[in-house]
Design a protein. Sequence first.
Length: 200
Amino acid sequence: MSDSSLYVWLTVTVLVVSAISSGYVFGSETSVNTIPTETIATYEPTESAIPVVAEDPKTADYFDNAAIVPVEVTSCEGVTVEPTHISEADIELLALLTMGEAEGESEEGKRLVIDTVLNRVDSPYYPDTIREVIYQPNQFSPMWNGRIERCEVREDICQLVREELESRTNYDVIFFTAGQYSKYGNPLFQVGNHYFSSYE
């Protein structure tokens, strides 16, 4: 082998060895080494990112306060979701309205009056809280004609409210009137003296 050939061979050998030890192969920028640990982002879950599951719901914190009905809340990374709670005062107010509107009606009729309020809370056309829906002017006559003052909160009606909060009898009723269908909405059905309608 001539001196020039030996020089070329040594030069190529040095370059290949150097490339391999540097993590590159024949000019390629494909790394063959393990990524340095200091460049790997580590994930440590924060307390807020770890879902808390109570083994016995009856002992969970949100059951310690009888005034709170738990509502499942789902949160995503980067999004803050405020817990939604229905106070005992709201439950009693809705039970009181139900007595004012449907004291002489069947259990189904009472449930549908409760659903009318809850469906309005969910509707984009009405206020977002039970209290605001009930006190909205010119909506529920017992609230402004004095009848509500002659009614009382009954535990059995409060229980109906709690049950409807968990699973409603009807998710469409928005209007009801006694004796005939409302001039608003689409007629649905009659239960007792009340005629119920949907918004659309």
